[in-house]
Design a protein around this ligand. Structure first.
Ligand code: SDX
Length: 427
């Protein structure tokens, strides 16, 4: 691979360094493009633009590969527990027994959420969407943890990181309890991270709650599968908000808002709504396939397609298999699982989807498992956020330690040229 790329503009040639990543991705380093040539690039949606160099997650969209710090998603989903993967993503190595034990203790020590935070969530109507409540609660945490805002030292970063890891599941569980008008509890430190999260979501007043082990194991695996995904929309949001030094909690709050969109993390809710609509319509998937192909119809096959994966999303394969296992273990017979499989089969045999390399993504089957766990549809994207939290943290920390400059893209102006002001009576 040549070490330089040559660009010719108006007969003048410019050379720019070519960099090659550790998995042989090739990029043209255009840091000096405008300074040398006076021109910029234009790339709506950043489909061809790398925002950073990162050592956290590697994706190969053509081959359907996903690795966290070099470990395959298949191995991690099979052999690791969520908090091991959290440690791996943030600090770069799988923890040994002592490191994992200390990490878990440090998180438990910070798990209490200030009771005044209950006033924040009580300000929302029970009908408020959980993602809107979660983003607001995450931002409100800043007021109760002011020292966690603009942290520079690794020690202060660790304290802020442990705080948000410890409190976020409680805030997430509170969004469900607010909707069901249930008392807002703090975590039960006698339980593991995932089990305590489930208990906070589902415990009824005056009743004992014991999470089903199959549910705990399945949720632990789902959180691992959602933990990071390089520079997706919400992670890029976290990095750019963090680049202004607004602080970790503010950056995470912005990431929650970005994830909410139905084209991104909100797709897991939209998939179930779509499958329910197909079921209500008699289960005929061909109608919905036709709608998805119709350019005049804004309907899209939710849970299908991906900016990077032009092959099966490896996470979708694992979740599809887990859906069969979890529903069988829980004795749940959900007709929309068969509708989903029928829709997948029909789409993968249709030229429109084959030509555009549109395959099921992480959101296509995840909602079916959440549903079997008794999690309401509007909470699905909150579950995605709890999983993605460590990835957002890891990417924010990498950006801050690299001392990256504030993110500030350029534009191509296409508006009016200079014109004189017109008095009101002359307009
Ligand atoms: C996530 O980036 C990440 O890594 C995200 C994520 C993560 O872990 O962070 O993986 C999580 O967000 C997964 C994606 C969840 N979203 C959905 O399932 C929503 C449905 N999918 C689409 O909206 C779409 O596929 C996107 C948003 C995911 C990707 O869109 P792109 O890359 O901008 O592609 P595009 O919109 O330019 O589509 C290319 C073509 C178009 O047709 P043509 O104009 O070429 O004729 O494919 C078509 C699109 O109309 N197309 C679809 C489609 N997705 C793309 N047509 C019907 N149904 C779809 N789902």
């Amino acid at each position: 691979m040549s070490k330089v790329a040559t660009l010719e503009i108006d007969g003048k040639k410019y050379e720019f360094p070519v960099i090659v990543g550790s998995e042989n991705e090739v990029a043209i380093d255009i840091k000096n493009l405008r300074g040398e040539s006076g021109v910029i690039t234009l790339d709506p949606g950043f489909k061809n633009t790398g925002s950073c160099e990162s050592a956290i997650t590697f994706l190969d969209g053509e081959l359907g590969i996903l690795r966290y710090r070099g470990y395959s998603i298949e191995e991690l989903a099979e052999k690791a527990e969520f908090l091991e993967v959290v440690f791996l993503l943030i600090f770069g190595e799988l923890p040994n027994k002592e490191e994992l034990g200390k990490f878990k203790e440090d998180i438990k020590a910070q798990s209490e959420v200030n009771l005044d935070m209950k006033k924040v969530i009580k300000g929302f109507p029970p009908t408020a969407h959980p993602m809107g409540m979660l983003s607001s609660l995450t931002s409100a945490l800043i007021a109760f943890n002011p020292k966690s805002v603009n942290v520079d030292s690794e020690e202060d970063m660790y304290k802020a990181i442990v705080k948000i890891l410890a409190k976020f599941p409680t805030l997430a569980a509170w969004t469900l309890r607010r909707r069901n008008d249930l008392p807002l509890e703090n975590s039960d430190n006698s339980l593991g991270y995932v089990e305590s999260f489930l208990k906070m979501m589902f415990q009824k007043p005056g009743e004992e709650y014991k999470a089903n082990k199959n549910v705990v194991d399945a949720l632990d695996k789902l959180l691992i599968l959602h933990a990071d995904h390089e520079q997706n929309c919400s992670t890029s949001t976290v990095r750019i908000v963090g680049s202004s030094q607004a602080g970790l909690f503010a950056s995470i709050s912005a990431g929650v808002s970005a994830l909410w969109g139905p084209l991104h993390g909100g797709a897991n809710q939209a998939v179930i709504e779509m499958l329910e609509a197909i079921k209500a319509d008699g289960g005929d998937t061909s109608k919905f396939i036709a709608k998805a192909k119709d350019k005049d119809d804004p309907f899209r096959l939710m849970g299908f397609g991906h900016r990077v994966y032009k092959n099966f999303d490896p996470r979708a394969k694992i979740i599809k298999k887990a859906a069969d296992e979890v529903l069988a273990e829980l004795g749940v017979d959900d007709p929309i699982l068969e509708i989903a499989k029928g829709l997948e089969k029909a789409a993968l045999e249709d030229e429109y989807f084959v030509e555009r390399k549109l395959y099921p993504n992480v959101d296509f089957y995840s909602g079916i498992i959440y549903r079997a766990m008794g999690i309401p549809t509007e909470m699905f994207t909150v579950m995605f956020a709890v999983g993605r939290l460590p990835g957002w943290i890891a990417q924010w920390r990498e950006m801050r330690l690299a001392k990256e400059p504030i993110g500030r893209p350029r534009q191509v102006y296409i508006g009016e040229s200079l014109r004189g002001f017109k008095e009101l009576d002359k307009r």
